[in-house]
Design a binder for this molecule. Sequence first.
Ligand code: HC1
Ligand code: SF4
Length: 574
Amino acid sequence: IVHVKINGIPVEVEAGTTILLAARKAGVTIPTLCYHDDLKPFGSCGLCIVKQEGNAKILRACATPAAEHMSIITHDPELYQVRKTILEMILSTHPSSCLTCIRNGECELQTLAAEFGIREQPFDVRLSDRPKDTSSASIVLDPEKCIKCGRCVQVCQDLQGVFALEFIGRGDGTCMAPAAMLQLEDSPCVRCGQCAAHCPVGAIYEKDEVAAFQEAVADPEKQVVVQIAPSIRVGLSESFGLPAGTVTTGKIYAALRRLGVDAVHDTNFGADLTIMEEGSELVHRLTKGGALPQFTSCCPAWVDYVEKYYPDLLDMVSSAKSPMQMVGAVEKTYTAEKQNMDPAKMYTVAIMPCTAKKYEAYRDESMRSSGYQDVDLVLTTREFARLIKATGIDFLHLEEEAADNPVGEYSGAGTIFGATGGVMEAAVRTAYHVVTGKELENVEIESVRGLDEIKKGTVDFDGTPVRVAVVHGLSHVAEVLDEVRAARAEGKQAPYEFIEVMACRGGCIAGGGQPYGATDVLRTKRAAGLYSDDKQSKVRCSHQNESIKQLYEEFLDKPLSKKSHHLLHTTYQE
Ligand code: HC1
Ligand code: SF4
């Protein structure tokens, strides 16, 4: 423990805590642009400078540990002026197109410029002449807006271990781009969108497809059917000023109807269906043979990553499609048939917390298993929030509504898919039943919950131990994959039967398309929202979902049937 004073306010912090975090504890915010709780201090923006009483040295609060008896001054007229000049210099290489920027109203630079009362640009403006990179189906890179804070590079290299982005050039001409100035689409980018979620300005952002949604709804020839992902119900609330973790499922359904859609569905139904298929696949591999461990397959950035970096392990990835794609395929076949809709006129939309889902929907022929594009359009949570606001819907005061069945019914197991460990927990609830014929007494599997990077455990299936691992954040995924690869090279099985992988830290609740500002505090609150929703559900296991049972009885026959394989499974590309 060290004792410091921040502007005269005494605080105690653990040894090693930075001045920036000590100041937060004292209730003092020091401005920053490059700093982010998820990342190592980078020190590129210089805004967090502070003074130490009795010492002329200026310190960077983000990178300097608080030392015993330090007395820090965070704000005075001189620091104010230096910070203002830094901001003015940043603005001298930044366009003033705030009104037309995707981050208008949600930009960290804009907020600081407003707080510091910057009314003119005292320096000559020099803008980057590098063109926008629109090659990716998921994200857009706009070098003109880049403030060179380095967050995206750190996210991509350190959190995700992908190295799609790096610093290119020097001085004024520096920008963040793929090596050799490749286009994003030709780079190793796996479209996770974490760079966009961490960018403080509008230099990297989701591909905005709100207009396509509006056109579809206005088209009398189209029947618009919308599904919402598990983590939308807990993420969207923040865009409307509600506390993190607030679940707004019923209001989201109501908002969709106000937007004019023809049917409201839930990806959670697809999550239950995925569990039936993926769980049966696991049981098949365990009992009849097949590559083990089996990896989950619902996260498209993870699938992209394993295809690009570990193609030798692709046979271990479950062939089950993601819940989103399963829902799309079911909507254009079973639902169309049942509800007398013409699949050719159906326009299927998925609201997702994820930028990679935009790519997944178009990735290959297997995503057209209904005979049509199974999912026509993917909007991220942020796009969805803008759409609701632009349509003048008073979201906070909407009466809750229900989804349209059958693709609106789901179990609590489907809901928790959105948090790291949730797919594993859901799978165990059902696989236990498939293997033993019994129901789990306690369906809450605490060992796979929480933000530990790699969670391991053994589940007892009535005498048969099943070793599981859960990993999130692609750089940690690489650690597990290296272990699996090394075991295979020795002709052995790594010590797991089933591994859940999510590309983003925390899982989909902190996906690249969720509201800005995710930190571990927020991730924990968002996950808690999903777990409490599960706790309140009457049905908590996928195999107990009546609409799923009916789908098999009326249409698919059984998990892994020929029809299930055709509609609900896919193959991977080396
Ligand atoms: Fe996810 Fe999934 S949980 S991948 O994180 O399996 O995006 O929320 O929709 O498809 O169900 C995302 C979330 C989501 C799928 C499900
Ligand atoms: Fe890197 Fe993910 Fe951004 Fe691609 S989307 S550049 S992989 S952080």
